[in-house]
Write a protein of this length. Structure first.
Length: 539
């Protein structure tokens, strides 16, 4: 009986294809091998049985080859030619007709395409043109509009959550380190919370016919940009992975472009899709699905790492890729929590700025600092010392009003901000709120630490030659005794965090609160108003 290794070995030789002495290039993925010979490409499926794929028998692989041909002709009809068999003749293994009764295995025959013409390659080389994205957005919108709409049942929302959480659990099973496992579990919490909190939106899109049989694997490396845009390698092995909200299908490309460092191009693609009549929902929904798609890619990278030798460079490369994709997933999870303004408050030396910087880095939101704002209003440099007149109640009111205006502008343009301010007096918080208006949901994160920790941090700060804050250790000791409780802030919008914990634990406390907000609709914090109104308010 011919083994998979014998087939793979035979396909490395040009004689197998009747191609003379031409070179044969081999590209391998976690589920297939592609052999490039002259102007042709032959895809051979590996005999595998994975949680999400069964290609373990010859009959299954024949069916999958037929499905790959049928489905990919929707978006790349000129590239996908036919299914061929692998047969054993007098001179060894060679290609045969698809219906050959002696078939040992099957391959998909394609026209070979230029890897340099893919969307991924154009991104990396800086040769991606706006008109390419406009054409791609239009093609995808038209493809989704024409795609079959499966029947939707009351259980569809439950099936969606089950499918997404199953992927997260499969990722848990292949995660390599405790720190990565911790990240995956937090993202699993986010996915569950988002689905529960947005169940009515998701169900409404199902009823509105936004669930279509799409591509299922819209990666930048699968999009060919030429005179005609063609898209290859759709998911053929599981119809359930092709049937999804059109937002999820589009979000794969949004995620992939962002991972390639082409975030601005992802925004243009979404706008082109909308301009062509496509409805991917709001940016939060796209970000949610992009987070999920990044986790799928991370899982695939870890599976490929398991298939590599322990000492090989390919293994370490796949592990690094998986961690990069987890970071991309975290980034999109924060985007899905927007619009949002987080006010990080507490006494001097408690660690507000450390937390605010970490939140800004994690969320991608602008960091607004009260010390910097105060000195800008006073015409001072960041490390210049302010005087007592810059800390009068009137001066404080101006500072907090300015922070409110800046936060409102950031909410209008970027979906939110991280505000780093002591906020110890209620009158100051009210000045901020009046200037900010009701622009976007707001959470107050109150930083706390034991007195000994505060004293040690304040003394350390006194010794620094360049320090933005004017609060000396004496000021810090006085001010922690004078604090107006945040009684005017609703309980669900107020989180107290111990800042003597590691910064990762502090961030987890904040994200856990935000994820809880998804699941509790009445915890809407402050209502959202149209950006146009925010812009008018902010001048």
């Amino acid at each position: 009986m011919t083994s998979d290794s014998q087939v793979a070995s035979a396909m490395r030789h040009a004689e197998f294809y009747g191609a003379g002495d031409g070179p044969v290039e081999v590209h391998e993925t976690h589920v297939s091998r592609v052999y490039l010979v002259g102007d042709r490409a032959y895809k051979l499926k590996k005999p595998l049985k994975l949680p999400f794929l069964d290609s373990s028998t010859v009959s299954r692989r024949r069916h999958l080859c037929q499905e790959e041909l049928r489905l990919n002709r929707r978006l790349a009809p000129d590239l996908y030619l036919e299914v061929r068999s692998i047969v054993n003749g007098d001179n060894g293994l060679h290609l045969g007709a698809a219906d050959d009764p002696g078939a040992l295995d099957y391959v998909v025959e394609m026209r070979r395409y230029d890897d340099g013409a893919t969307l991924a390659a154009r991104c990396k080389s800086g040769r991606l043109r706006p008109r390419d994205l406009n054409r791609l957005g239009r093609i995808l919108a038209e493809f989704h509009a024409a795609a079959p709409t499966p029947p939707v049942s009351d259980a569809s929302a439950v099936e969606l959550e089950r499918r997404l959480l199953e992927n997260a659990q499969e990722l848990v099973a292949v995660t390599q380190t405790p720190s990565d496992l911790d990240r995956v579990l937090k993202l699993e919490r986010f996915i569950h919370a988002f689905i529960r909190g947005n169940s009515q939106v998701l169900a409404g899109r199902m009823r509105a016919g936004k669930i279509r049989e799409g591509h299922g694997d819209l990666r930048a490396e699968h999009v060919l940009l030429g005179r005609r845009i063609e898209i290859v390698d759709c998911i053929e092995f599981d119809r359930g992975l092709r049937v999804s909200d059109v937002a999820e299908d589009l979000a794969f490309l949004v995620m992939d472009l962002t991972a390639l460092g082409a975030e601005r191009h992802s925004h243009q693609l979404v706008e082109a899709y909308r301009a062509a009549g496509g409805d991917p929902g709001n940016d939060r929904l796209i970000a949610f699905y992009a987070c999920h798609r990044a986790l799928i890619r991370a899982k695939v990278a870890l599976i490929r790492a398991e298939q590599c030798s322990a000492a090989g460079g390919a293994r370490s490369g796949n592990l690094a890729s998986a961690r990069d994709l987890l970071a991309v997933a975290e980034k999109f999870a924060w985007r899905a929590r927007l619009p949002l303004v987080i006010v990080v408050c507490g006494p001097p030396a408690v660690g507000k700025t450390t937390m605010a910087r970490a939140l800004a880095q994690a969320s991608g939101l602008e960091h607004l600092n009260s010390d910097v704002t105060r000195k800008q209003l006073a015409g001072l440099g960041p490390t210049d010392r302010a005087e007592a007149r810059h800390y009068t109640p009137e001066a404080n009111a101006r500072v907090y009003a300015a922070l409110g205006q800046l936060a409102g502008a950031a909410a209008a343009t970027r979906g939110g901000a991280i505000v780093d301010a002591t906020s110890r007096h209620r009158v100051d918080r009210e000045a901020f709120t009046r200037a900010f208006g009701r622009a976007t949901p707001t959470v107050f994160v109150e930083c706390r630490a034991p007195e000994a920790v505060l004293a040690r941090r304040a003394a350390h700060r006194d010794a620094l030659p360049s320090q933005v804050s004017d609060a000396t250790s004496d000021v810090a000791a006085r001010e922690r005794l004078v604090w107006d409780p945040l009684d005017e802030v609703p309980a669900f919008a107020h989180l107290a965090v111990r800042t003597d914990l590691p910064i990762e634990a502090q961030l987890n406390d904040v994200s856990a609160l935000l994820d809880l907000r998804f699941q509790t609709p009445q915890l809407g914090l402050l209502p959202v108003v149209p950006h146009s109104e925010i812009a008018d308010r902010c001048g």
